[in-house]
Design a protein around this ligand. Structure first.
Ligand SMILES: Nc1ncnc2c1ncn2[C@@H]1O[C@H](COP(=O)(O)OP(=O)(O)OP(=O)(O)O)[C@@H](O)[C@H]1O
Ligand SMILES: [Mg+2]
Length: 335
């Protein structure tokens, strides 16, 4: 059932016109918010995706001084045309005459609501060289392969330049989705640190299904802003004692800024450090684990796109993370 406030709104006290519009809405599979006068229309007028106005309510709506927005004037054949001044003052963008405009109206009413805002995933490392940039690129490319519109944001100015990691030739056609890359230096050039990146994420959510951010682990202002905006943050921790200890310090810096912070453990084993020991040291939930992939090391050394090498442990983990809900990582440690 449609949410109140997001339904198309019809403003008319003309019962015959209303009957027709309810029938057309049913054909479009939509429910209408019905208002017989401007007072009843007011709570829905600005938010409704479409506003249909009957000829009987045009003058009352202008008098009610609601915030001007685009509306559709809809009436039966023979209804008098509104005076030109009223068209402009009410914001009439289209005049639909019934029954001729029935198909057009059904199409307008059936238009799906706007897509939900994109999800932001921030990645940072427990130590230098933890594998964050490789992870970020693999996550972004894997998501684009499954049809998502992805923005990959390099917010680690001292890191290894994501744009160099992502070979331009393969990058152009990552799959059925689309992949765009942005470097923080470009965004923050003239801005207040943090503010510009927050604005970029805000705008980016409207245009992308997923935004993956490679965050500098010293957590500068931009990094803090990314964590504050992110739906999910992952700390990548190699399963080594020193890496775990330093990851614990990064986690302490990140925790106050992050709603959902979990870690990904790389190469945990009985020979290195078991995953439980890493979790105890870093004091974060383990959202997943993966093993280093010798084939991937070769691919990276050649400057090729990580997931262009086909499936592997990291791609498998990225697929799982892409289907997980934010904040729902509950310590499930994948092999
Ligand atoms: N999944 C993997 N399998 C094998 N080798 C990997 C993998 N991920 C990273 N590496 C190796 O580790 C190196 C560092 O990786 P990467 O640049 O992704 O780490 P980083 O955490 O972003 O480092 P930095 O701190 O410099 O930003 C790579 O050049 C590669 O040799
Ligand atoms: Mg890096």
């Amino acid at each position: 059932m449609a949410r109140t406030g997001s339904r198309p709104l019809v403003v008319t006290a003309d019962a015959a016109l209303l009957d027709d519009l309810l029938r057309l809405a049913a054909t479009a599979g939509t429910e209408l918010e019905v208002a017989t006068d401007p007072a009843a229309a007011r709570p829905h007028y600005e938010r409704a995706p479409v506003v249909l106005v009957g000829p009987d309510q045009t003058a009352p709506l202008v008098r009610a001084r609601l915030r001007r927005r685009a509306v559709v004037l809809v009436g039966h054949t023979g209804a008098a045309d509104p005076p030109p001044g009223l068209i402009a003052r009410l914001g009439i963008a289209h005049i639909a005459t019934l029954p001729a405009a029935e198909d057009w109206l059904v199409a307008q009413l059936g238009t799906p609501p706007p897509a939900p805002p994109g999800r932001v995933i921030a990645l940072l490392g427990g130590r230098g060289g933890a594998g964050v940039s490789t992870f970020a690129v693999t996550l972004a490319v894997t998501a684009a392969h499954t049809g998502r519109r992805v923005l990959l944001l390099d917010a680690d100015p001292l890191g290894g330049r994501l744009d160099l990691m992502v070979g331009v030739k393969q990058f152009a056609r990552p799959g059925p989705g689309a992949l765009t890359m942005l470097n923080l230096d470009t965004i923050e050039a003239d801005g207040v640190p943090g503010q510009a990146v927050a604005g970029t994420l805000d705008t980016g959510r409207g245009r992308h299904d997923l935004i993956v951010v490679d965050v500098a682990r010293h957590l500068d202002r931009a990094g803090q802003a990314v964590l504050q905006a992110a739906d999910q943050a992952y700390l990548v921790v190699p399963a080594e004692l020193r890496a775990s200890l330093s990851a614990g310090r990064v986690a302490a810096l990140a925790r106050p800024h992050s709603r959902h912070l979990a870690m990904i453990v790389r190469d945990a084993s009985a020979d290195t450090l078991p995953v439980d020991d890493v979790a105890r040291t870093v004091r974060l939930t383990v959202a997943g684990t993966y093993r280093s992939d010798p084939a991937l090391r070769t691919i990276l050394a050649r400057g090729e796109v990580p997931s262009a090498g086909g499936p592997g442990p990291l791609v498998d983990l990225c697929r799982r993370l892409l289907t997980a809900s934010p904040g729902r990582d509950t310590g499930e440690a994948a092999a």
